[in-house]
Design a protein around this ligand. Structure first.
Ligand SMILES: [Zn+2]
Length: 411
């Protein structure tokens, strides 16, 4: 874990991030600890630049927290059983478990290459079927959930009652209107027209076994968990509730993150997370980069083609974490060129160790204000033009930006 503790400047400086739920106001962790749950991947077609951008955004937040002297705890899931994964496995004629394992391995390798700090807990859903089923059972007992006949199989599906009045209005956490909620429910496979639903928005908590699909024994009958409740249960088990930040890509804001918040209330929490953060989406060739559209730029492909992971990292950090943007040809080459300039600078160390000039305060000022990574990169550019490379600056670029100029290869 990189640390700037030896420099000592960061203690007490509190990083802020801007939260959509609070009209974009800056939010600062209150206590000595900070915790974050990040929604992980569904392991197929890993890891495209949209994924990498999301995980880098929250990696930056983790690094800034650590630099500020906070005690940090992070957790992430892997949705290693879900419809899109099963569909892909069926299409390619492979076992879904093998597909999930291979893609999780690739994701781990990509994240390690990009120097994204691994979460303290990385939990696959298939490891937590029992506690998830117990949570769903509790929601049935409290009346927060209800059953519907599976229809095409024996057994019952369990649905969450989204219309039940709770502490927060549905949609408030994601700033989503009624019409948008309905549209997004449809887009994410929430089946709003299913007969018998109390509200069209009601998501699945437990899916009864269907022929040919994986299923586990539970008091609810054989089946498998719904998508949102898995994250709720894993986050609450690993971090407690409320934890500091619920993080994910902006396309997860509704229904996924919103439903997690409501599931947590139904499970007795007063609040799921203090803050909900959504990283911007990356487009390519005019459309959001997504598995369903097939317009993916994969980190592993770029690496195979010879891109240095540090350059991929710089290319992504050159966009603000909350903005939507489009990957353009030429961005990678620009980042490679920037990396070369930084390496040339780092190769000539400062000869006077008593100098107190350093890029450290500039990195802290830019990153502590809503994680402004593009400004942080520009600060390094400017500093490299006017001062030699001192140890403190190199350590800070490593710890805060995740670029170790003492280790990266020159082209
Ligand atoms: Zn999630």
């Amino acid at each position: 874990m990189p640390s700037l503790a030896e420099l000592g400047h960061g203690e007490g400086d509190r990083p802020s991030v801007h939260d959509v739920r609070r009209d974009g106001r800056a939010v600062v962790p209150a206590g000595p600890t900070a915790s974050m749950y990040t929604c992980g991947i569904t392991p197929y077609d890993a890891t495209h630049l949209g994924h990498a951008f999301t995980y880098l955004a929250f990696d930056t937040l983790t690094r800034v927290w650590l630099d500020a002297g906070l005690e940090v705890r992070t957790a992430m899931n892997s949705t290693d059983v879900d419809d899109p994964l099963l569909e892909r496995a069926a299409r390619d004629g492979v076992d879904w478990r093998e597909l999930a394992e291979a893609q999780q391995q690739l994701f781990r390798e990509d994240m390690a290459a990009l120097r994204v700090l691994p979460p303290d807990s990385w939990v696959a859903v298939t490891e937590r079927i029992e506690p998830i089923a117990e949570a769903v059972q509790r929601m049935l007992e409290t009346g927060d959930a209800y059953t519907l006949p599976a229809g095409d199989a024996p057994g019952v599906d369990v649905l969450f009652d989204a219309s039940r009045p709770r502490q927060f209005r549905m949609g408030a956490g994601s700033r989503t209107s009624e019409a948008e909620m309905l549209e997004l429910t449809r887009e994410f496979g929430g089946d709003p027209d299913r007969p018998g639903k109390r509200s069209p928005l009601d998501p699945l908590l437990w899916r009864a076994e269907r022929p040919g699909e994986p299923a586990w024994d539970s008091p609810l009958g054989r089946g498998r968990p719904g998508w949102h409740v898995e994250c709720t249960v894993i986050a609450m088990a690993e971090l407690g509730a409320p934890f500091t930040v619920a993080a994910g890509g902006r396309d997860l804001r509704f229904p996924h993150q919103e439903m997690q918040g409501h599931h947590a209330l139904a499970l007795g929490a007063d609040l799921f997370s203090d803050v909900r953060l959504s990283a911007g989406l990356v487009a390519f060739e005019g459309e959001k980069m997504s598995k369903s559209r097939g317009n993916l730029v994969l980190v592993s492909r770029l690496r195979e083609q010879g891109a240095r992971p540090a350059a991929i990292r710089l290319a992504l950090l050159d966009h603000h974490w909350r903005s939507d943007w489009e990957w353009m040809p030429g961005e990678l080459e620009a980042a490679e060129a920037r990396l070369d300039r930084w390496l040339e600078w780092a190769a000539i160390p400062a000869d006077d160790p008593s100098r107190d000039d350093s890029v450290v305060p500039w990195l802290r000022v830019t990153l502590q204000d809503d994680l402004n990574t593009p400004a942080a990169l520009q600060a390094v550019d400017a500093f490299a033009l006017r001062a030699p490379a001192d140890e403190g600056s190199l350590a800070a670029i490593d710890a805060l930006l995740g670029i170790d100029l003492r280790a990266v290869e020159r082209r």
